[in-house]
Design a protein around this ligand. Structure first.
Ligand SMILES: *Cc1c(COP(=O)(O)O)cnc(C)c1O
Length: 373
């Protein structure tokens, strides 16, 4: 009898499956909660305030047109982004989430003879995509949970094709400063594409946002990835985009599906882009939530990584046990074993009420299990 595993491309047989945050409905079903609204999910860095009301309205209007294929070229969305970012539309490629952009990058630039450089506790999807392409992965240790750009430069080899810099980084919530990025870009060799994953950049205070778009305008070998999943609150629609020199974008177009971004997603994203007030409210909510957890963790004697995005990484002693125990009480956080951080959980900033509930449940669990510190 033939097994599917033995028939599969050997590269694929060895791959691990990405484990997303646990969905509310799944947890409700498994734990026998009759009401899913009793459950707080703070596991996937979603926007606690939900989508912009303007995006919701656009989706409602669009619902009756869903028998039509989307605009495969995403004309309106590219125009809106181009204007917002002051870039040429030919430098922008929308994707089915920025995760699709990552996959396109892999297909265009990676193979068995090439490799990537990434930080050892940067977004795990970089490694999964590279492995699926048969490319080598060099993981460079982080320094105080931050990207060590000098060490990453030193790790570049002749076969390196992509260096991934996740800024702010998931799962550590740390940033690299604009000065460090400039220094990196001064030294990075010409055969390497630098990919800045800026999934959370809209949440940063303006002075902490590096001007990476400048490198695209200068025609450098860079790709910037952004998303509507976080600050814009549209994770369920799956819309992200790449910004890169037009020649690079043209290569990515060759491997994408003809209708890679769905119609509702395109319309909602355009509407969300116009709602600066919603993004500002989101920023405010995140700022307050981070301050709340920072004060609480200090008082509890827990060590957390200083956070810049809408989530915080905290040392709770036994991350898996705390995750399981909190889930039984209806609060879903994220264990960090895939990042080899067995002592930590990652907690997304919620609404004020969700933050209080999360903290209360964490305190109960730590008392009961007697872990931490
Ligand atoms: C959430 C996240 C993304 C966004 O993924 P989408 O596919 O756009 O939803 C990308 N990179 C990082 C580091 C993230 O945390």
């Amino acid at each position: 009898m033939s097994s599917f595993e033995s028939l599969a491309n050997p590269r694929i047989s060895g791959l691990a499956t990405y484990e997303p945050g646990r969905p509310i409905e799944t947890v409700a079903r498994e734990l026998g909660f009759s009401d899913a609204s009793q459950i707080v999910k703070v596991a996937s860095n979603e926007n606690a305030l939900g989508p912009s009301p303007r995006a919701v309205e656009a989706m409602q209007r669009a619902a009756v047109e869903m028998h039509l294929y989307p605009d495969g070229g995403c004309f309106q969305l590219r125009e809106a982004l181009a204007q917002k970012l002051d870039m040429d539309p030919s430098c922008i490629l929308p994707g089915n989430g920025s995760n699709e952009v990552l996959e396109l990058l892999g297909r265009v630039f990676l193979n068995e003879r090439s490799g990537i450089v990434m930080a050892d506790r940067a977004f795990v999807v970089y490694r999964l995509i590279a492995e699926a392409c048969g490319a080598g992965v060099v993981e460079v240790p982080m320094h105080n949970h931050c990207h060590d750009l000098d060490a990453m430069l030193a790790a570049i080899r002749p076969e390196t094709r992509i260096v991934f810099i996740s800024n702010p980084n998931n799962p550590t919530s740390t940033i690299v400063s604009p000065e460090h990025i400039d220094r990196f870009m001064d030294k990075v060799p010409g055969h390497v594409l630098t990919c800045f994953d800026e999934a959370y950049v809209e949440l940063l205070a303006p002075e902490l946002r590096p001007d990476t778009l400048r490198y695209v305008r200068e025609g450098r070998n860079v790709v910037i990835m952004r998303t509507f999943s976080k600050a814009y609150g549209l994770a369920g629609l799956r819309v992200g985009y790449a910004v890169a020199p037009a020649e690079c974008i043209a290569l990515l177009h060759r491997v994408r599906q003809p209708f890679n971004v769905n119609a509702m997603g395109q319309l909602a994203a355009v509407a969300a882009l116009e709602d600066d007030a919603h993004v500002e409210q989101t920023r405010q909510c995140v700022r307050e939530g981070l301050a709340f957890f920072d004060a609480a963790f200090r008082e509890m004697g827990l060590s957390a990584v200083p956070a810049h995005a809408n989530f915080v990484l905290v040392d709770v002693g036994n991350g898996r046990a705390v995750f399981e125990a909190m889930m039984k009480k209806g609060v879903i956080v994220r264990p960090m074993s895939v990042y080899r951080m067995d002592r930590h959980v990652r907690i997304t900033i919620g609404t004020a009420a969700e933050n209080i509930r999360t903290l209360t449940v964490l305190q109960e669990v730590l008392k009961e299990t007697g872990t931490a510190a």
